[in-house]
Design a protein around this ligand. Structure first.
Ligand SMILES: Cc1cc2nc3c(=O)[nH]c(=O)nc-3n(C[C@H](O)[C@H](O)[C@H](O)COP(=O)(O)O)c2cc1C
Length: 132
């Protein structure tokens, strides 16, 4: 099974990018393709993990890379994993009402089974909000 993790930035030319339509399409296609993972968005950047059969993940990533809603896509990790580390498809999106510590706790729970490097990447990414 292939696991990919990438980071990207919302394309300013695409206007404000709402996560809901992205999630709707992703859930449908990922269910069809047996892909699971985690999409984290803070409204400016995306951090996504994709897991599933190798060919399906490669094909999904090719579509995602071509999507004009984001840009500057950087692949952080490409690994073959024995079992899924991110569980079911989830979306970690911090609502304005949510306390930062609660949010960080939620991220940690979501990535609890991922490798230490990937966990650190997601947690560090979420922590950036503190500095922002
Ligand atoms: C940040 C981001 C994450 C996405 N994640 C997925 C995903 O996990 N699976 C997926 O099939 N499409 C995902 N998409 C949507 C794809 O880019 C693409 O629109 C969709 O797969 C339909 O492909 P098509 O327009 O070539 O038919 C994502 C798009 C963005 C901007």
């Amino acid at each position: 099974m292939l696991q990919l993790v990438y980071v990207s930035s919302v394309n300013p030319a695409a206007g404000s990018v709402a996560p809901e339509p992205i999630l709707q399409v992703s859930r449908r296609l990922n269910a069809r393709d047996d892909i699971t993972g985690l999409l984290y968005s803070d409204g400016r950047r995306f951090l996504q993990a994709l897991e599933g059969p190798e060919e399906a993940v490669e094909a999904a990533f090719a579509r995602i890379e071509a999507d004009p809603r984001h840009r500057a896509i950087v692949l952080l990790s490409r690994r073959i994993v024995d079992r899924r580390e991110f569980g079911d498809w989830m979306m970690a999106h911090r609502t304005t009402a949510e306390d930062l510590d609660e949010f960080l706790h939620r991220i940690r729970t979501l990535v609890a089974r991922a490798s230490p490097e990937i966990r650190a990447t997601f947690e560090g990414f979420a922590e950036l909000r503190r500095a922002a």
